[in-house]
Design a protein around this ligand. Structure first.
Ligand code: ADP
Ligand code: MG
Ligand code: MG
Length: 253
């Protein structure tokens, strides 16, 4: 069992008007096999939370800690974070021109495991992932995220989840821009990784739609740079009906 622990996390970004505090004391603990939905209005700092854990250089931690099984994640390079078992699916994934999905996946697997995977079993796994995601083999020859549709970008992320077997996945707005079929396929991929590998999941979302497919154990309300409330799945239904107004009013008071 592994634990990802975020304690009193404060994060600033540099703006033209000087440093601006975006995260204002975030506490969150995720254990293996747990699904935590993070819900909140636009601009509340959800992506900043995910990007900070992933090691994005724009975000400066001024206070607090992030640890994975007691190891200081904030001291790790981006590569070391991936090796330690963290996976980030970004709201706006980057293109990698000249690098095919096939090469990218194998290189990432080699970097994470410290050795290249044996070819035959690896190709079998890759083929299995393509089948699960209902995509053709030509997908492997395309450059990472180059000209990918929203649905293809998400499928590329779920392939990584299945093949790289991280301990924790931070999924930022994985539902955005997906039609219902794509949403179902992507959710199946997430649920499989959860069931088969005990993946722990931070599922950031603005809408409750994806929570019909991926069932959270915990729902957290994130407003104005920190957690404003938490509960079980029923909290998501309440948010769908009532929105975030009462939380925003309380945060502004
Ligand atoms: P969410 O994902 O909840 O919509 P974000 O984390 O993207 O929120 O943004 C939170 C706030 O921080 C917003 O006001 C946004 O403009 C600001 N912000 C985020 N990243 C940066 C950055 N790199 N530079 C300046 N401001 C940023
Ligand atoms: Mg579970
Ligand atoms: Mg965001």
């Amino acid at each position: 069992m592994s634990t990802l622990e975020i304690k009193n996390l404060h994060v600033e970004v540099e703006t033209e008007q000087g440093a601006k505090e975006i995260l204002r004391g975030v506490d969150l603990t995720i254990n293996s096999g747990e699904i935590h939905a993070i819900m909140g209005p636009n601009g509340s700092g959800k992506s900043t939370l995910a990007s900070t854990i992933a090691g994005h250089p724009a975000y400066e931690v001024t206070e607090g800690s992030v640890t994975l099984d007691g190891e200081d994640v904030l001291e790790m390079s981006v590569d070391e974070r991936a090796k330690a078992g963290l996976f980030l699916a970004m709201q706006y994934p980057v293109e990698i021109p000249g690098v095919s999905m096939s090469n990218f996946l194998r290189t990432a697997k080699t970097a994470i495991d410290g050795e290249a995977p044996a070819l035959r079993p690896w190709l079998k796994e890759v083929k299995g992932a393509l089948e699960h995601l209902r995509i053709g083999e030509e997908f492997l020859q395309r450059n990472v995220n180059e000209g990918f549709s929203g649905g293809e970008k998400k499928r590329a992320e779920i392939m990584q989840l299945e093949l790289l077997k991280p301990k924790f996945a931070l999924l930022d707005e994985t539902d955005s821009g997906l039609d219902v079929d794509a949403l179902r396929i992507v959710s199946e991929g997430v649920n499989n990784a959860h069931q088969e590998n005990g993946l722990g999941i931070m599922l950031i979302t603005h809408y409750t739609r994806i929570l019909r497919y991926i069932k959270p154990d915990f729902v957290h309300v994130f407003v104005n740079g920190k957690m404003a409330d938490q509960g079980g799945p029923e909290l998501a239904d309440k948010l769908e009906n009532e929105g975030y107004d009462s939380y925003l009013a309380a945060a502004a008071a």
